[in-house]
Design a binder for this molecule. Structure first.
Ligand code: SF4
Length: 61
């Protein structure tokens, strides 16, 4: 599965990078998915981060 951060929605709060640092990273005050494919053992963290994003900027599909 892949995670995509919508840069137009991201407010750069950094929560996702704290919750799932192996999946998301901050770049120029916006979050980006640092991995092409979410590792199986990081999927729950990736989803948890998406749930905690205050502006729902993260789509996992
Ligand atoms: S949690 Fe959402 S708003 Fe905050 S940095 Fe991550 S994608 Fe951006």
């Amino acid at each position: 599965m892949k995670a995509v951060v919508n840069p137009d929605d991201c407010i750069g709060c950094g929560i996702c990078a704290q919750v799932a640092p192996d999946v998301y990273e901050m770049k120029d005050d916006k979050a980006v998915a640092g991995v092409e494919e979410i590792p199986e053992d990081k999927l729950e963290d990736a989803k948890s981060a998406a749930d905690q994003c205050p502006v729902n900027a993260i789509v996992i599909s």
